[in-house]
Design a protein around this ligand. Structure first.
Ligand SMILES: Cc1cc2nc3c(=O)[nH]c(=O)nc-3n(C[C@H](O)[C@H](O)[C@H](O)COP(=O)(O)O)c2cc1C
Length: 163
């Protein structure tokens, strides 16, 4: 089979639809869209989130060592678009969107109740890869809206619609 070269770029697509939420030591909450997010350990269960150091959220995750990965549902399009285009530096994005937040069960970072799945993570290490610092987070607790679970109490991914 014949091949041709393609411009070198980050090639793995689609990006997941994910909002990372966090807080600083004074309890100020923030959230941003993170496309660079993936599973990175089966045992213990871990996920990784890539944050650009210029983001307002970056020093929050650095200083607390905590973040929440919120999976996005079909009703969250407006919030997703907003959180990826505006910085917490310019105002309280969560309040502007009227999102409901709650302190995590195992960590202080906020879960965003409007998103169907909230994954609480503690940073166990990080790697500055280039543009992003990849924070590896051990999963401490997972919250799910009941309508996004199946009869066995697992996440029903067929209900997490992609737009
Ligand atoms: C589709 C999409 C994917 C993004 N992926 C990332 C990412 O992986 N890491 C990151 O730091 N910023 C990413 N961003 C940009 C941030 O979400 C955006 O700059 C946000 O306004 C930063 O918010 P903050 O300054 O309040 O932290 C992405 C934005 C979009 C729209």
């Amino acid at each position: 089979m014949e091949k041709m070269p393609v411009k070198i770029q980050p090639v793995i697509k689609p990006m997941p639809l994910v909002i990372v939420s966090c807080c600083n030591k004074d309890g100020k909450n923030n959230a941003l869209v993170v496309g660079y997010c993936c599973n990175c350990s089966y045992n213990p269960p871990m996920v990784m989130a890539g944050i650009v150091p210029s983001r307002y959220s970056y020093p929050m995750i650095k200083e607390t060592g905590e973040f929440v990965v919120n999976l996005v549902g079909e009703k969250n399009k407006e919030a997703y678009d907003y959180l990826g285009k505006h910085s917490g530096r310019d105002g309280d994005k969560l309040a502007e969107l009227g999102l409901k937040v709650q302190k995590g069960s195992k960590i202080s970072a906020p879960i965003i109740l409007d998103f169907p799945i909230n994954i609480e993570c503690k940073v166990i290490g990080s790697l500055m890869t280039g543009s992003h610092e990849m924070f590896a987070g051990r999963i401490e607790y997972i919250h799910a809206s009941p309508e996004y679970t199946d009869k066995d109490g697992n996440i029903d991914y067929s209900k997490i619609k992609i737009y």
